[in-house]
Design a protein around this ligand. Structure first.
Ligand code: NAD
Length: 257
């Protein structure tokens, strides 16, 4: 098993990428602290982990709040004795996030708090725990939109994910000598609730798919596999990367017909 003996904390683990990753990490031998603001969804993930014979526990946290982030890290150590892997994954894509003229200050601030400040707070409290464990792996979910400009704007979301990339690079440089690796994980467009709520008509879906060489949305499971690699010792010489798992969208100027 690729994560045997490790303890992992996954935020946003009640749905999408977070749930798929929590289940995969547990299957690969990790004890998983499932974190979400949605208690019912988080507890459901823990039940699915247990049903598959794995070990998980739930901690409720709003990752935009410092006290919640401190408590979630403490919950990992209290439940499982240590922390080896910190996956800062929770994020939102607000329906009213648009271009600079249309996006309200409230939507901007909320998006920054949940998508960007959360990564700072996760690291603020998680890195001391990783140090206590002798090192570890931090994975921060960014997005392909931090690499490319989109004509269908979500300005706050895009800016927040650009911040995640920049922060991940600096964290990687600062903590490399402490045996703490920090990588961003940049998914392409996925068939999860977050994106399907936003691309809510066939026309909008097709407009996005025109740009994906593979011609399809990715699955949460395909991002979970990448997170598993970054979490495990198999990626031991990787830090500060922007790991793109995107069906080729950032590589293509035009796509095959
Ligand atoms: P999702 O909506 O399926 O799941 C997100 C989870 O985060 C939910 O369970 C939600 O309850 C939780 N959450 C939201 N706000 C929270 C908060 N303040 N505190 C704690 N938990 C909170 O989304 P997903 O598609 O799995 O996205 C996960 C991450 O991947 C996000 O950071 C997202 O921006 C990023 N991403 C998604 C896509 C995509 O196409 N779906 C593409 C690139 C990046």
């Amino acid at each position: 098993m690729r994560l045997a003996g490790k303890v992992a904390l996954v935020t946003g683990a009640g749905s999408g990428i977070g749930r798929a990753t929590a289940l995969l990490f547990a299957r690969e031998g990790a004890k998983v602290l499932v974190v979400d603001v949605n208690t019912a969804a988080g507890k459901e993930t823990v039940e699915q982990i247990a049903a598959a014979g794995g070990q998980g526990a739930f901690a409720h946290a709003d990752v935009s709040k410092a006290a919640d982030c401190a408590a979630m890290v403490q919950a990992a150590e209290t439940n499982f004795g240590k922390l080896n892997v910190l996956f800062n994954n929770a994020g939102i894509s607000h329906a009213d996030d648009d271009d600079a003229v249309k996006t309200s200050e409230e939507v901007w601030d909320l998006t920054m708090a949940i998508n960007l400040k959360s990564v700072f707070l996760g690291c603020k409290y998680g890195i001391p725990a990783l140090r206590r464990a002798g090192g570890g792996s931090v994975i921060n979910t960014a997005s392909f939109v931090a690499h490319l400009g989109a004509a269908t704007p979500q300005l706050a979301y895009t800016a927040s994910k650009g911040g995640v990339l920049a922060m991940s690079r600096e964290l990687a440089a600062v903590h490399a000598r402490e045996n703490i690796r920090v990588n961003a994980l940049s998914p392409g467009p996925l068939r999860t609730e977050l994106l399907m709520k936003y691309l809510n008509t066939d026309e909008k879906k097709q407009r996005r798919l025109v740009h994906v060489p593979m011609g399809r949305f990715g699955e949460a499971q395909e991002i979970a596999q990448a997170a598993l690699f970054l979490a495990s010792d198999e990626s031991s010489f990787m830090t500060g990367s922007e790991f793109l798992v995107d069906g080729g969208i950032t590589a293509a100027y035009t796509t095959p017909l």
